[in-house]
Write a protein that binds this ligand. Sequence first.
Ligand code: AMP
Ligand code: ZN
Length: 468
Amino acid sequence: MALRFHNSLTRQRETFQPLVPGKVGMYTCGPTVYNYAHIGNFRTFVFEDLLRRSLRFLGYQVTQVMNFTDVDDKTIRGSQATGESLDAFTARYKQAFFEDLDTLRVERAEVYPEATTHIEEMVALIEQLRERGHTYEDNGSIYFRIASFPGYGRLANLNPDQMRTSGRVDNDEYEKEDVRDFALWKAWTPEDGPVFWETRLGKGRPGWHIECSAMSMKYLGEHFDLHTGGVDNRFPHHENEIAQSCCATGQSFVSTWLHSEFLLVEGKKMSKSLGNFYTLRDLLDKGLDPVAIRYTLLSVHYRAQLNFSFDGIEASAQAVRRLRDLYRRLEQAHLHQGPGSGGRAEVATELCRADFTAALEDDLNLAGALGRLFLWVREANSLLDEAVLSVAEAQTMELWLKEVDSVLDVLKEDCDENAEACVARLVEERVKAKAAKDFAAADRLRAEIEALGWVVKDTAAGPVFHRR
Ligand code: AMP
Ligand code: ZN
């Protein structure tokens, strides 16, 4: 089967054909760095991680670009509130963002351009739009004239009456010809304080939308393969990006648009403005395992809403335990070599590989792929229970699990950086294995704890552990 995506632009499932066979250029809208990202934001960033890992699993080479929005109303207001320079203020949240990505095992993109270091590219793009007659000026600000682009509204599938206001279109601030028109360049006002650039367009700062058009085309070319974001980015942000880019270059911009659905809390979008959000750090403070959080964010199809719950995270933690437990068993299978399963191990693994791959190729249906994987996990555990696996068969199965983990990235324990917290989690897993009367798993966990240089003892008050 071929890889197919639901393209938001056409609202159809299409066979994916990159412009250069075997190579994919993708642009993912990055964070506005005025605060810690919340785990709703991370749902989108983990989805993008799944996308790049799946593409690689399927044999593509990936170049991913993710921007930092480090100048806008929120970052300017935030820096004024703390009395820092804009750079010092946003640097803190850029660093926090990278730390959080590492915690969630999100792979790094190839390029992280910052808006503040690409002002020249944005100015040049606005000049190009001006030359082609798509802009007008008012009070030193420059606006994009939506009426000059007949294709406007195609991505959002809205008729003109529906294209009204949204968060980042500041209707009241300036005189606009049409309420839908948006600012490409914002003239400096006293509220911006020291934040401005003196450019060929005058003194001011860029609008939000132009930054993504300028930086995506700089690093990926005028026409590239994939552009992603959360569903709230679709309109007006991505619609505006399309308008700016197509009008500036005279050609089409992005082949395939993918949008991930919201993370919800009690039926509402998790967002900073509603105050119903958790940062990743909040959840870690509550003792949640970041890998279980990652698994939770991955395991629901990206186009379905995901309701955040602590029960959901516990279910994910169990799924991760099952995968790790099988991995430990396979690793140790060479110790007790079996006679061979008569081809059962290989057939089970090849069938799982085919189905898992087909599910990923079907618009990244990881939920389906995981359902199939756990059937294989059960088969693998049965073969281990029967003690029939040969060393080569155990290795084949272990290799497949590792391959799956190049997409999931959940097998590795975090023991190097924070050994005590990690061992505590293994001890906790062992308690749960014993409660479920899975004494073999409990023994494997004890062996793992000891291999890390720790000792666990069972006492009347529960298990205690210390370094050996
Ligand atoms: P921002 O920092 O506000 O620009 O958002 C960064 C990314 O997070 C964007 O792609 C948003 O679409 C996405 N996002 C914001 N809230 C949520 C949510 N509750 N669930 C999933 N994605 C979200
Ligand atoms: Zn963007």
